[in-house]
Design a protein around this ligand. Structure first.
Ligand SMILES: Cc1ncc(COP(=O)(O)O)c(C=O)c1O
Length: 205
């Protein structure tokens, strides 16, 4: 059988490394925060080139924390791709917000600005682009749309840590994308777009 995710093989490739690190955590009996989590935070900040990584238990918590930080109210609409892992929409519903599903690009299975635009209503407050299968969604037009409609952008990057995104104008983001977009980035891709507020990390030590 072809498995969607083969965790056993992934684990077997780096088993000795994982086992050693886990044993050190058990030996220290420091299960919340502590030196291992700090080292993880620092190395991910460096890897992603962001100022702040906030380590948390998993990707679902990362999305929920980012969304709670935005102060949205019950009934506010949040646009998500219809094709994603359940957690993306689940946390929106859990917080009493309304997930609004859009179609995705058949080539990449990622959300696009055109799909998002057709789903925007006066109640829309945020967009959650999901970067699937290691590929960044086309963020430049999505950020421009967010700026135009004053929307938050929370990137679900559970599947694409380390993916690069090249903005049309090169490594410098065009001026219209700077400052005005209020973004919370859940494990940002190393994109050339501005990395404004929150970066939350999904992995445990
Ligand atoms: C796109 C996407 N978002 C969120 C999550 C949730 O992450 P976690 O299982 O660590 O809670 C996953 C997990 O596979 C995912 O694939």
């Amino acid at each position: 059988m072809l498995q969607m995710v083969d965790l056993k093989t992934q684990y077997s490739r780096i088993k000795s490394e994982i086992d050693r690190e886990m044993q050190e955590v058990f030996d220290s009996c420091i299960f919340i925060g502590g030196p291992k989590v700090n080292a993880f935070r620092e190395s991910l900040e460096q890897y992603l080139g962001v100022k702040h990584v906030i380590p948390c238990a998993n990707g679902t918590d990362a999305l929920q924390i980012a969304m709670m930080a935005l102060g949205l109210k019950a009934g506010d609409e949040v646009i998500v791709p219809a094709f994603t892992y359940v957690a993306t929409a689940e946390v929106i519903a859990l917080l009493g917000l309304t997930p609004v599903m859009t179609d995705v690009d058949p080539g990449t299975m990622n959300i696009t600005a055109a799909h998002i635009e057709s789903a925007i209503t006066p109640r829309t407050k945020a967009i959650v682009p999901v970067h699937l299968f290691g590929q960044s969604a086309d963020m430049e037009p999505i950020m421009a749309l967010a700026e135009k409609h004053n929307l938050f952008v929370i990137e679900d990057n559970a599947q694409a840590i380390g993916a690069d995104y090249q903005a049309l104008e090169g490594l410098q983001a065009p001026p219209t994308l700077k400052n005005q977009v209020r973004s919370a980035i859940s494990v940002a891709p190393r994109s050339s777009l501005p990395k404004t507020s929150v970066a939350t990390a999904t992995a445990a030590p």
